[in-house]
Design a protein around this ligand. Structure first.
Ligand SMILES: NC(=O)c1ccc[n+]([C@@H]2O[C@H](COP(=O)([O-])OP(=O)(O)OC[C@H]3O[C@@H](n4cnc5c(N)ncnc54)[C@H](O)[C@@H]3O)[C@@H](O)[C@H]2O)c1
Length: 329
């Protein structure tokens, strides 16, 4: 039996593939490579270049392979793009989930672990954010993911498809051997952008706004290492295998770091005097986004290994040093 990793050629999905292989599992990857990289997929996994909205092609994979569970990373995830092109997000993310759940149901595959996001909460009403807090997304990306969560809940009620939604906050770092890492186009995540400045690919990092309601005025986020994140997915798969009920869990570090602190940690991790400038605030950026991950720790038994952002950044830097042009090398 195999685990199907949808979006397994992407940043987090390719690390999930490594995590599953290290656990001795058989892995099948489906990715249309719209964002991902063929070279990111470990050669021990079976790879299908398929768009998940192509029902016939996706069904053919389920007929060919013995799939026992699905881990679903395949989605678009750039917030400003989702505001400009909302239908692109509802088509790929939300409508993609309809096809996936139909195909799973038709092939009697009843377990799914899903990449959800802090963006489903919108502006937080409490810090740290708990799973039970209101979900009021403020952009189409977050809305598309919230709709996907709700679709799984109804599919559970109707067909008995059990799900775990893992709501990520900020994910960073790379597998420690540096063989795979983060290579998005365009890059919108803070750590790889800081490292572009460290590598001389941009003259400086722009920190958006220094007048937030935080101790140093820069906005605060929490960061989880990508291998800690994928370890939580493995625990979620086991949780479903043991027959537990569907559930949602936050995955965050509980400790927030400001953008300024992240730049300082990156200077420490790389040994490079990274230049930084303060720019204007971006619309819609909350002061602080930090997760309460108590439930993931208590129910799933999740124990993140990386608790220091400089160590997380070191692993991302190792990937950058080994692959200065990302997967183009
Ligand atoms: N990176 C983060 O910090 C973060 C935070 C919160 C949530 N997430 C969620 O985690 C997931 C993975 O994020 P990532 O950073 O690895 O993104 P990514 O873009 O690197 O990976 C997504 C993968 O899905 C594939 N894909 C997209 N649409 C597809 C389709 N229709 N059919 C088949 N394949 C398709 C892409 O080619 C890509 O390989 C996303 O769903 C995202 O919403 C990520």
């Amino acid at each position: 039996m195999s685990v199907l990793v949808l979006g397994g050629a992407g940043y987090i999905g390719s690390h999930m593939v490594k995590q599953l292989l290290a656990d001795g599992q058989e892995v099948v990857v489906v990715d249309n490579l719209v964002k991902g990289h063929r070279a990111a997929v470990d050669s021990r996994a079976k790879f299908y270049e398929v768009d998940l909205r192509d029902k016939a092609a996706l069904s053919a994979v389920f007929e060919q392979e013995q799939i026992e569970a699905v881990v679903h990373f395949a989605a678009f995830s750039i917030v400003p793009e989702s505001v400009a092109e909302p239908l692109k997000y509802f088509d790929n993310n939300t409508a993609g989930m309809v096809t996936l759940l139909e195909v799973m149901n038709e092939h009697d595959v009843k377990q799914i672990v899903f990449s959800s996001t802090a963006a489903t909460y919108g502006n937080p009403v409490h810090i740290p954010i708990k799973e039970t807090d209101p979900q009021n997304p403020i952009n189409p990306y977050g809305e598309s993911k919230l709709m996907m969560e709700k679709m799984m809940a109804w599919a559970d009620q109707a067909y008995g498809i059990k799900w775990v939604a893992l709501r990520y906050f900020n994910v960073a770092g790379a597998i420690e051997d540096g063989s795979i890492g983060e290579d998005h186009e365009p890059e919108t995540h803070l750590v790889p952008i800081i490292l572009q400045a460290a590598a001389g690919k941009r003259p400086y990092i722009e920190m958006f706004g220094d007048d937030y309601q935080t101790p140093d005025g820069f906005n605060v986020r929490d960061y989880v290492h990508v291998m800690d994140l994928t370890a939580a997915h493995l625990l979620a798969l086991n949780y479903l295998k043991e027959g537990h009920d569907s559930a949602a869990f936050n995955l965050g570090s509980a400790t927030g770091f400001s953008v300024k602190e992240m730049v300082a940690a990156a200077r420490e991790a790389t040994g490079v005097d990274i230049q930084a400038k303060v720019g204007p605030r971006r619309a819609g950026d909350p002061d602080i986004l930090v997760a309460d991950s108590t439930a993931a720790r208590e129910v799933l038994g999740w124990q993140p290994q990386f608790d220091n952002v400089a160590d997380i950044i070191k692993t991302a830097w190792h990937w950058v040093e080994m692959h200065p042009n990302g997967y183009e090398d």
